[in-house]
Design a protein around this ligand. Sequence first.
Ligand SMILES: Nc1nc2c(ncn2[C@@H]2O[C@H](COP(=O)(O)OP(=O)(O)OP(=O)(O)O)[C@@H](O)[C@H]2O)c(=O)[nH]1
Ligand SMILES: [Zn+2]
Length: 335
Amino acid sequence: MRRYGKNPDEDDVRVRPNRKGNRPRTNIRPKHEDASEGLVLTVDRGRITCLIEDRTVTAMKARELGRKSVVVGDRVMVVGDLTGAKDTLARIVRVQPRTSVLRRTADDDDPFERVVVANADQLAIVTALADPEPRPRLIDRCLVAAYDAGLTPLLVLTKSDLASPDTLLESYGALGVPYVVTNRDELTDGAAADRVRERLTDRITAFVGHSGVGKTTLVNSLVPARKRATGHVNAVTGRGRHTTTSALALPLPDDRGWVIDTPGVRSFGLHHVDPSRVIQAFPDLVPGTEGCPRACSHDEAECALDQWVADGHADPARLYSLRRLLATRERREGD
Ligand SMILES: Nc1nc2c(ncn2[C@@H]2O[C@H](COP(=O)(O)OP(=O)(O)OP(=O)(O)O)[C@@H](O)[C@H]2O)c(=O)[nH]1
Ligand SMILES: [Zn+2]
């Protein structure tokens, strides 16, 4: 298998080589000193909605960007008509360096590895405690995606009025993942939103969750302006309804951070994930990997972590959890 670097600023990796080879390069680049910085709110078939100051501007990639992707959360430099007036189209001439990238692996439907969200610092994994039943393997896959991308995970467990969170929380105890539990009454009286919002303040949080878990209900209660925001996007794209093919960035009230609502978690193919990055989320195990063979999967006979744990340097439950997470990289029926 080919390996790829992990520079968050790299372009999407083309898994299929380009038959034509390198494109001609040029050193002469327009300067665009007059460009304004914007934040990408959503992307819809090449139409990119950016927030520039307090205006929502529709833009397209300038040709000079080439294959460089522009995704939700990107900070971009924009030129052209920035009034945000109807039927205007600005141009994105530069993508600022990214602080993080949440990726998905190429899969059968799409041969390219892609960046899903840029610059997020937290991944909220929304799971219902019942109706639909929690899927621990899916939670584990989301955790792996978060750790690989360097995002802090946050478990949001909804519908505790229908089932207790105890068993689920027990299986994540060793991982020490931060969590919030919510129920229906708290959704109604606003307590759920308040408790979740505490965790989101001044951060950029991507929300993932399986259909029916209550993600939309929660995001709407966190972002009262959501309807207005999506309405605006619709006016720009000319669609009746915002379809969830792209993620959508929504501002928390009072400029206290961003929520990025993402479409299905199905997009988290994990073949690109490197065990050496995931293990960074286990600082207690990292020193134990010194005796590991090169490119150790940390789940093989020669792995030094077994001895590290046997010698009492770390809790065996931590190694078990790490291996459980790494094992979810292989896709199975039902993922
Ligand atoms: N009992 C209970 N029901 C809830 C709770 N939160 C949300 N629901 C209900 O769960 C159902 C699904 O909620 P949505 O917010 O639409 O779920 P979603 O995850 O956005 O699902 P999609 O819209 O299909 O992507 C709705 O009928 C909600 O009213 C909760 O805490 N307790
Ligand atoms: Zn190892």
